[in-house]
Design a binder for this molecule. Structure first.
Ligand code: ZN
Length: 293
């Protein structure tokens, strides 16, 4: 069935087929946008935090490469040292990422007032069961800078080798693993759709961007990714600055070529929406910025 063939992709490359159609509709879409409900001050803080994350991208030897930079590189064989190191990192962090995603999902359910619904609680428990069933990261050269889940094989996360190599830190890797685990949690029946819709609506409302439908799911996955990475940073104190470590969970979006598609906001709008939804992350990025070096 088509449904079973559905592929959930993290990044734009798998939807490039849409880009020419999108280019035609983009100019008309501005008229449907609503003004953002976020205050000018909050918006300025979000932009400042983006600046911090993307500055660290240039200074930090373990920063995550931007997606457009990954896209520009030649495909990387599965057995290259960088791809192998990335695959080992991903497989090692998978159990921890599963735990952090389950916690983040429960937190989000509380934040969005869904935790008291018995129906949602049943769905949440099933979603966490699907997360717990995930066993393996499969490195794939053809997937290049994408990670995806084939819902016909929900125990495996397929990870492009360029992407495995481009996420050079545990924080970056946890954020992307968590993104994919959130797709698995939602499953092929969109069981967490009430949460996804609530997050998408809030993101649309705050930013004035269109974050409905599949874009709502993608931003929820990104939010879960950032929350999981933030919990990891909080739980593993080290010598590096907190801002530098947090930046790694979002800076793959620090692109020069900023293109979205029907299913995804553009990478820079993704960070915008993500930070608008997560003011605590904004504060931590900004408050630690003096530690940049
Ligand atoms: Zn995705």
């Amino acid at each position: 069935m088509m449904r079973n063939l559905r592929i959930l992709c993290l990044f734009v490359a798998c939807s490039l087929g849409f880009s020419s159609a999108l280019a035609q509709t983009k100019s008309g879409s501005h008229s449907t946008r609503k003004p953002p409900s976020m205050s000018a001050e909050a918006k300025a803080l979000v932009e400042e935090a983006i600046g911090v994350a993307c500055t660290h991208a240039k200074l930090d030897p373990q920063s995550s490469l931007a997606i457009d930079e990954m896209q520009a590189r030649p495909s990387l064989p599965v057995h290259s040292p960088e791809a192998r190191a990335g695959a080992e990192r991903a497989q090692r962090l998978l159990p921890l990422a599963k735990t952090l995603v389950a916690k983040s999902l429960r937190q989000l359910a509380t934040d969005y007032g869904l935790h008291k619904s018995p129906r949602f609680t049943v769905k949440m428990n099933q979603a966490i069961g699907r997360i717990n069933a995930v066993r393996r990261v499969r490195p794939d050269m053809e997937s290049r800078d994408n990670a995806s889940v084939f819902l016909s094989r929900p125990r495996v996360i397929t990870f492009g080798t360029l992407f495995l190599a481009g996420l050079r830190s545990d924080e970056g890797m946890i954020s992307v693993l968590a993104h994919e685990l959130m797709h698995i949690a939602d499953g092929d029946n969109d069981s967490l759709r009430s949460l996804v819709a609530a997050v998408g609506n809030k993101a649309s409302d705050l930013t004035g961007l269109d974050v409905h439908g599949q874009r709502g799911e993608e931003i929820t996955c990104d939010l879960v990714g950032a929350m999981a990475a933030r919990a990891y940073v909080a739980g593993t104190p080290g010598y590096e600055s907190i801002a530098r470590r947090l930046a790694r969970s979002i800076q793959h979006n620090c692109v020069e070529i900023d293109e979205g598609d029907e299913d995804h906001l553009s990478p820079r709008n993704t960070i915008r929406a993500l930070l608008a939804l997560n003011p605590a992350l904004v504060r931590e990025l900004i408050n630690n910025r003096e530690e940049q070096r």
